[in-house]
Design a protein around this ligand. Structure first.
Ligand SMILES: Nc1nc2c(ncn2[C@@H]2O[C@H](COP(=O)(O)OP(=O)(O)OP(=O)(O)O)[C@@H](O)[C@H]2O)c(=O)[nH]1
Ligand SMILES: [Mg+2]
Length: 207
């Protein structure tokens, strides 16, 4: 049995997903994670290494790696790529000046071989701020429409109000679950014995 098969079987048993939160510094990655786990969003400080957060959504456990986005830390992102099921790319929609920087970083990320199979969610964060760019503006600035290598979606959100966060994370869970667990599509018939969740159950209910 190949290593990949063993990893997939173990994941199927535990129903786990590995999710990588990336984006430029100050985008709001850590604040989003604090918000969805019920923490205090007023006491977030820049991440100088990484945080690990476990989130249970429906019947799935998300192991989330939140890595600092400062320029000097970005070369270390690659240390977290292995076995990643989904990348959540967080954008500060009020920072129009650095959208180009973000687009370059995202493009580089998507060409990484170890992220080839990963689902991509873009959170256009800080929508609560007056003057923040719209979903369409962020989508165009990042060139998302040209992405054919990854399944992607963009969701506008605010880590402060919480708007959009459940919608985005539920989409990630649904996509990854569909690929890894539901129908056995990933490896032929390997996962056919994993019971299908009740209609809408796994992804519709936020925990
Ligand atoms: N108004 C507003 N402020 C936000 C939002 N999300 C994050 N912030 C603020 O943006 C700042 C940066 O948030 P962080 O969560 O530390 O950003 P990060 O992406 O984790 O940054 P690094 O750890 O440096 O990579 C903090 O002052 C947050 O309070 C949002 O949706 N709306
Ligand atoms: Mg952070």
């Amino acid at each position: 049995m190949g290593l990949l098969t063993i990893i997939r079987k173990n994941k199927a048993k535990a129903r786990e997903m590995r999710v990588l939160f990336l984006g430029l510094d100050n985008a709001g990655k850590t604040t989003i994670l604090k918000r969805v786990s019920g923490g205090d969003v007023t006491t977030v400080s820049p991440t100088l290494g990484f945080n690990i957060q476990t989130l249970v959504r429906g019947e799935y456990t998300l192991n989330i790696w939140d890595v600092g986005g400062q320029r000097t830390l970005r070369p270390y992102w690659r240390n977290y790529f292995e076995s990643t099921d989904a990348v959540v790319w967080v954008v500060d929609s009020s920072d129009a000046l650095r959208l180009g920087d973000g687009a370059d970083e995202l493009r580089a990320l998507l060409s990484e071989e170890r992220l080839a199979g990963a689902t991509l969610l873009v959170f256009a964060n800080k929508q609560d701020l007056a003057g923040s760019l719209s979903l369409e503006q962020v989508r165009d600035a990042l060139g998302l429409d040209a992405i054919e290598s990854h399944k992607w979606r963009i969701v506008p959100c605010s880590a402060i109000s919480g708007a959009g966060l459940d919608e985005g994370l539920d989409w990630v869970v649904g996509e990854v679950a569909g690929r890894l667990y539901w129908s056995g599509r990933a490896t032929g018939t390997e996962f056919a014995k994993v019971p299908l969740p009740a209609a809408g159950g796994a992804v519709a209910t936020a925990s």
